[in-house]
Design a protein. Structure first.
Length: 146
């Protein structure tokens, strides 16, 4: 199965297209605002609003070798411990060997942004290369589970 942490995910449609081509069931999990997909293999899950509600829904259902698409590092950390394969929308593969360092960097940057007003809003933009990297790595991850 593929789980998409969908609230701010720029590659929902790409994930659906690749997942359906491989006949993989897909769960799109968000707080709302997502148009349902008519394909019976694609499930739109709307959770209550609140801190980490979508994350908890995903982590309570994910199993070993499921694929999770997220840019949320605490969620990635949790599902990696459960044996899931994690990919960010930017195409970065996350695993037990790199998630600790990535999570520590994320926490440090969060602290720096909270201290320095000039660092507010300095996120990465999403490019065609990011989309291409994502699609290539999603194919690799799916093939590794077969």
């Amino acid at each position: 199965m593929i789980y998409i942490d969908a609230d701010a995910c720029p590659v929902k449609n790409e994930t659906i297209n690749v997942g359906l081509r491989h006949k993989i069931e897909i769960f799109i999990v968000s707080n709302g605002g997502i148009r349902p997909n008519p394909n019976p293999m694609v499930h739109t899950i709307i959770v209550e609003r609140g801190m980490d509600v979508a994350d908890k829904w995903i982590s309570s259902r994910v199993k070993k070798f499921d694929i999770v698409i997220t840019n949320d590092m605490p969620l990635a950390f949790d599902v990696i411990k459960l044996g899931a394969l994690v990919l960010t929308p930017y195409g970065k593969k996350l695993s037990s060997s790199n998630i600790g360092q990535i999570l520590a960097t994320r926490n440090l940057m969060h602290e720096l942004r909270s201290i320095d007003n000039f660092m507010q809003g300095k996120g990465n933009s999403f490019s065609k290369k990011n989309r291409s990297d994502f699609l290539n790595n999603l194919e690799q991850v799916i093939r590794s589970t077969k």
